[in-house]
Ligand binder design. Structure first.
Ligand code: ZN
Length: 309
């Protein structure tokens, strides 16, 4: 009798082990929870309803991110009630160029970044807040809004190095929109690793003569701003990172918003979208797990994702 009991116990043990191992809940790898981020928008000298929706679709269609959109009051409106609970997010996308945030929100944002929060500075967000010193250190380079030699040096690429030029003059301008080639300056960085050294971006503005504190950590891409197009004649920084406290900042000047989601070439560019997705993961997590997409542009051919996926 005792021997039978031992056999039964052994059998039950083996079976339970078998079921535990074959259980799909335990054996299948649980899908990763999307990373939470927030897009701050609502005031911009650009078409922010289009840009914020294009950014949200690009990020969420990847399945990697879940985005909230924080829309500020209209320009000149009462900003006192505008706030974002940064503690809910791993990263923030700045699509805002307008009235000052309430002091409490400014402080909460700085706390978020200093403690390691991720930030994407997108296009005209680097036009914002010319008088907010900490913000200008976070973006490193800015333009317009009265920026000049008091804002910091011009920063551009010359003879294989990043140059800081204290010449007086306005900060921020651009020539006529066109498709142009981006030149990689740091192929080992996680955001650009595996991407082509040179690739053609769809029709967009090419920001030039940007200036500011200029504390660029990793310069990822530059582009040549030709004088024929009304540009500076310099190789201008287009995509770079900044470190602020423990925070990782991914700054892209690319992505001028079009008239509609359908007519929005700079943001429909597969290269732009890839950089937003990789930049988001990098600033939120400090690494990039995404593969190089097959539809990435080449040096001579632009590549479009009209549906933001
Ligand atoms: Zn623009």
């Amino acid at each position: 009798m005792k021997r039978i009991t031992i056999y039964l116990a052994a059998l039950v043990f083996l079976f339970s082990g078998f079921f535990l191992l074959s259980s799909p809940v335990l054996s299948a790898r649980a899908p990763r929870k999307p990373v939470a981020g927030v897009i701050i928008t609502g005031q911009n000298n650009h078409n922010w309803p289009v840009s914020s929706e294009a950014l949200k679709r690009t990020l969420e269609n990847s399945g990697l991110f879940k985005m909230d959109v924080a829309v500020s009051p209209k320009e000149g409106g009462d900003m006192s009630g505008f706030s974002v609970d940064f503690s809910r997010y791993s990263f923030v996308v700045l699509d805002y160029n307008g009235d000052s945030w309430p002091e409490e929100m400014q402080e909460a944002f700085l706390k978020f970044v200093t403690r390691g929060g991720g930030v994407i500075v997108y296009h005209a967000a680097d036009n914002a807040f010319p008088q907010w010193n900490a913000y200008n250190h976070i973006i490193a380079l800015g333009g317009w809004g009265g920026r000049d030699e008091h804002s910091g040096p011009y920063v551009y690429w010359k003879d294989g190095a990043l140059v800081k030029d204290n010449a007086p003059g306005r900060g921020g301008s651009h020539g006529s929109r066109h498709a142009y080639v981006l030149n990689c300056r740091d192929s080992r960085h996680p955001v650009v690793k595996g991407l082509p050294e040179r690739w053609k971006h769809a029709e967009d503005e090419l920001y030039d003569r940007m200036r500011g504190p200029g504390e660029i950590k990793d310069l990822l891409y530059t582009a040549y701003s030709s004088e024929e197009r009304g540009g500076s004649g310099r190789e201008e920084p287009m995509v770079f990172t900044v470190k602020y406290g423990r925070g990782r900042i991914f700054h892209t000047v690319l992505g001028h918003a079009g008239a509609t989601l359908e007519n929005n070439p700079a943001m429909q560019c597969a290269g732009f979208q890839t950089l937003i997705l990789r930049g988001a993961e990098w600033c939120a997590r400090g690494r990039v797990s995404q593969k190089v997409p097959e539809d990435f542009p080449t040096e001579t051919t632009v590549s479009m994702r009209p549906d933001y996926k």
